[in-house]
Design a protein around this ligand. Sequence first.
Ligand code: OAD
Length: 249
Amino acid sequence: MNLTDDRERVARAREALACARAVAVLTGAGISAESGIPTFRDAMTGLWSRFKPEDLATAEAFQRDPRTVWDWYAWRRERVNGVQPNAGHAALVALEQSCARRGARFDLVTQNVDGLHHAAGSRRVHELHGNIRRVRCFANDHPAERWPDGDRPPRCAVCGSMLRPDVVWFGESLPEAALAEAMRAAGACDVFLCVGTSAVVEPAASLPFAALEAGALVIEVNPHPTPLTRHASITFAGPAGIVLPSLVA
Ligand code: OAD
């Protein structure tokens, strides 16, 4: 792509975002990469390199080996607590604010469990896969704010069952309200912005296609091609922290 094409695409995307009556955004692990959180599929480093995420992120894995699964999430939670939102998160806050100023609808759907959109200041966030900063019990979903050191996993103060991260594991249902909002937003938006997701995990992967079918302009931001790339209306093969600020400035 030459510079003129780049400028043209930026201008088209900026105008579409600035004029839309309803904007929907889907984010994945890529938007947090520049905050220093490895993407889901790159996350297994150091001690964890002999595991596959798909083998730890299941209820069966937790029942079989609760300590290993708890420790993996505790390690990830620690990393998340130590990082800050980046320019990509901030650009989505600015986009939400500009939509609010002109009375346009804005929905941010995320597959990320790191809570960085909230930390950046985004307000209408639908978390499809839960949030790693929250904990609940395995048997009854009792939320837990704190727990004693010692047992790994710790026990629920109410019912004594094991505590687990409040995230969606493979094979589990997504939170109904978040999923319903995500599907509504995808079907009703004029512009759908898909950022930093490999676009392979359902049902999130279908959202940009639902938007396309409903006639929305679909913009993808991802340095690498995905199954969406050849269908998207406008694509930016660059990092979210650089591309998003240029679309929203
Ligand atoms: P992945 O790790 O599958 O994909 C991350 C995507 O981000 C890749 O397509 C990268 O090319 C892209 N990427 C990397 N750096 C980027 C940057 N700086 N800016 C923009 N994009 C960048 O993560 P997800 O697609 O989020 O679900 O994974 C979706 C779901 O798969 C996860 O939520 C998880 C997993 O199954 C559950 O745990 C239920």
